[in-house]
Write a protein that binds this ligand. Sequence first.
Ligand code: B1M
Length: 214
Amino acid sequence: MSQELLKNVLEAVVDGDVEAVTEFTEKAVAAGVKPLEILNEGLVKGIEVVGERFAEGDYFLPDLILGAKAMDAGISVIEPLLTSEKRDFLGKVMIGTVEGDLHDIGKNIVIMMLKSNGFEVFDLGVDVPSKVFVDKVKELKPQIVGISALLTTTVNKQKEIIELLQEEGLRDQVKVIIGGAPINQAWADKIGADGYGEDALSAVALCKNLLGIK
Ligand code: B1M
């Protein structure tokens, strides 16, 4: 039953069908499927198929947009379930997607998981100029800055932000974590980030680790 519902959620994202995603996600919740399982096995797998089809030339930009909308609809259903519980305050994180990059589904999932674990999160949004990251570090004084980038053409902005933080003498005051589909540990090492999150759960573990929280 739950496998069938997860498959329905996945297929509805692939079809870009907002109503069906909402319906099947709600049904999965009602059937007792864990929100994280719905997220990872239904919604995320669905958008991955959309990405594969786009890369293969079977899907076009409107299909990507519909898939993203469908994904958002499913996330809206499970988000309250993940973030409603009150947790101890763990720390302050600021996060945004780099300039030139409009992808925010993954960033938003990371934010949702950080909040559900007790982090206070400031979301800078998408297409954020590198200087704004730096200005906001001065203003908000987060313990951790998260930089998301999904395009091979925009990952260099992560490096630029770290360099700007260094130039402004702020680099020692914040931990920097990076993430996004094209990112790996080698890139994090190369640009001097404090860590890389492969997915939302590892991003939470990384933030805890960087702040010395068990
Ligand atoms: Co675009 N897109 N897209 N897209 N898109 C990709 C990234 C692409 C791989 C598709 C493909 O070709 N297969 C490709 C990039 C190729 C490349 O760079 N080499 C691509 C392209 C080409 C484009 C456009 C250029 C298309 C065009 O216009 N011709 C265009 C660029 C627009 C721009 O940004 N300037 C574009 C546009 C879009 C939409 C706007 C339509 C839409 C985004 C909507 C939105 O985000 N609100 C979209 C989508 C949906 C995708 C795919 C299909 C899905 C991305 C996604 O949400 N994945 C994507 C294909 C793919 O990635 N397989 C694709 C699900 C999400 C949960 O995963 O974002 O990786 P992800 O996040 C993960 C981890 O990476 C990690 O945790 C998250 C949760 O597990 N993580 C972090 C992410 N950020 C983190 C930060 C951290 C830590 C972990 O700490 C700070």
